[in-house]
Write a protein that binds this ligand. Sequence first.
Ligand code: ADP
Length: 273
Amino acid sequence: STSTDPIGDVEQEVKEWAREKKSEIEQLRSQEKFRREFLSNISHEFKTPLFAIQGYIEAIVEDEFYDTEMAMQFLKKAEKNVDRLSYLIKDLDEISKLESGEIPINYTRFKINDLIKEVFEQLELKAKQHEIKLIFKQKYDDAILVSADRDKICQVMINLIDNSFKYGKPGGSTSVSLFELHDQVLVEITDEGIGINEKHLPRLFERFFRIDSHRSREIGGSGLGLAIVKHIIEAHQQTINVRSTEGIGSTFGFTLQKVMQSPLKQVIPTLKS
Ligand code: ADP
């Protein structure tokens, strides 16, 4: 090079190197902070049900004049907390596998309409129990063919619809709508539930993020459902978003890759006739 200021050049290089190192260190620090927070979240999540189980069992063991009815009640409460622990472990296992890339995305072609109907059948009873009406707003006559991991998208839909029950209002509805975009399909799940304040939306998909942690734990979530959903959609190179109005309801929307129908298929029937 024809630089006239070699010292200035070196100085510049050193400054750049220092900047790079600084940003690397900052990145490591934030990863470390993230890891610490994650671990402390996990132990907190485990502690609550574990202490509850301990409490109920102790109460039964120490009951001098053994009261069968009370013991039964406590055992049922303990059982509920055991369930919570197993959900938590299942979800943690799932998210760590997704994050490490251990679970591959198995693309197949399927009709999204069929999957929605299948998910509705699976959730029919639960919807009734929550007194929520499940509606499929089918705008298109023909089923739309998509390319995705069917089981995983099934799980995404179940998680989102299940949340619409958990944070829904009895007597309300949850509807699923499809919108055809150019080479994608947008699937939207809209509820008439409690809604989400705008200030919480940016953190909603974070692991263990909850708006009302006491209420959510009572309802029985692991706090990992939306993080899992986001992972699955992003592993498909698709997007997920949410819009919501507190007190009115929320809409979660995600995209899927549409299988483009070859134009030949549209031509052939006319050729035959
Ligand atoms: P959880 O197991 O706590 O339900 P999620 O990851 O599924 O965990 O959701 C995170 C939080 O987002 C919930 O605790 C709840 O506060 C909020 N949330 C999720 N879905 C909805 C919804 N449909 N309406 C209102 N709030 C919701």
